[in-house]
Design a protein around this ligand. Structure first.
Ligand code: SF4
Ligand code: SF4
Length: 292
């Protein structure tokens, strides 16, 4: 297993992108701004519960949506408030590639502040169609959430998707999602993206399958994997969080194929600061950020 690193996996990003830094020192250096501009999603993960509130610390949650105009203004303010801001990411609350808001936001930010690293996190359904647009908008780091590469397992995680304006269910939906994720990762690798995979570790569903996921995405072009313990929500609220041994086994299985990211804080879609260390949300948005 390659989890405990003392040397950086990505020297160009170490200390400059908290979630592509692999040493404790590197992870603590740079801040990221998550802009919650992605309104909706095109798939239906069984564990997902998107919400607007100020209190929950988990993905899929933001105080409110921002328009691209709001997001550009917030970036300008953040650059004045957050001294070590280096990365602007879009990771929700829905999927950044399910609408045009994220790519428009990235293009405008890249034109104004080209030194910022731009980062996106997607379920990958639209990646083959939109990854070239991401590259043109200045995005260089990419996270794709891949929870299974076996359609039978994936169908239990994401039982339906919206594809070409139609609803697709079950194994057929799962096969489409996996095919698009792998094709999108391969294209992104050719375009020069640095690619991380997020895999939600779901007890009794995919906990025996993590090594296969890591092997398959590594062959497609991914460089790192982040195993995220399930937060039991939605239709998987009855499952517990995976325990320490399950997490260790999953990381060991994945570490045979990829660098394992171990510092994830399971951040909100509107997080601002250095993950796990600083939080500038109130300074940035003040009273303007509230549930709607
Ligand atoms: Fe929720 Fe993300 Fe799954 Fe969409 S891709 S349903 S936002 S967890
Ligand atoms: Fe980084 Fe994890 Fe937070 Fe994403 S959720 S910004 S990978 S620490």
């Amino acid at each position: 297993m390659r989890a405990a690193r003392t040397t950086p996996a990505f020297p160009d990003l170490e200390g400059k992108h908290p979630c592509f830094s692999t040493t404790a020192e590197g992870h603590a250096k740079a801040a990221r701004l998550h802009l919650p501009v992605a309104p909706g999603c095109n798939i239906d993960c069984a564990f997902c519960r998107r919400d607007f509130n100020r209190v929950e610390q988990r993905p899929g949650v933001a105080a409110r949506l921002l328009s691209p105009d709001d997001a550009v203004a917030a970036t300008g303010r953040a650059l004045r408030i957050v001294p070590n801001l280096a990365v602007v990411g879009i990771a929700g609350p829905g999927d950044p590639l399910a609408s045009d808001h994220a790519i428009e936001t990235f293009s405008r930010i890249h034109a104004l502040w080209p030194a910022l690293t731009l980062c996106v996190s997607t379920n990958g359904l639209m990646l083959p169609e939109r990854v070239d647009e991401l590259a043109a908008a200045g995005v260089t780091t990419l996270t794709v959430t891949v929870n299974a590469v076996d359609p039978e397992i994936q169908a239990r995680v994401t039982p339906k998707i919206a594809w070409k304006r139609k609803r697709v269910n079950g194994v057929e939906a799962a096969r489409r999602l996996i095919d698009n994720q792998l094709a999108g990762i391969a294209r992104a690798e050719k375009l020069g993206f640095t690619i991380k995979i997020n895999t939600v570790l779901i007890p009794t569903v995919n906990d025996h399958h993590i090594g296969e996921v890591a092997k398959t995405v590594a062959e497609a072009g991914a460089r790192m994997i982040n195993i995220i313990p399930l937060i039991p929500e939605g239709r998987l609220a009855h499952l517990g969080e995976p325990d320490f041994i399950a997490r260790h086994k999953a990381r060991a299985a994945a570490g045979k194929h990829l660098t394992v990211f171990t510092h994830c804080q399971r951040c909100r879609a509107d997080a601002v600061g250095t993950p796990g260390l600083t939080d500038f949300t109130r300074e940035l948005y003040g009273d303007d950020i509230r549930a709607e």
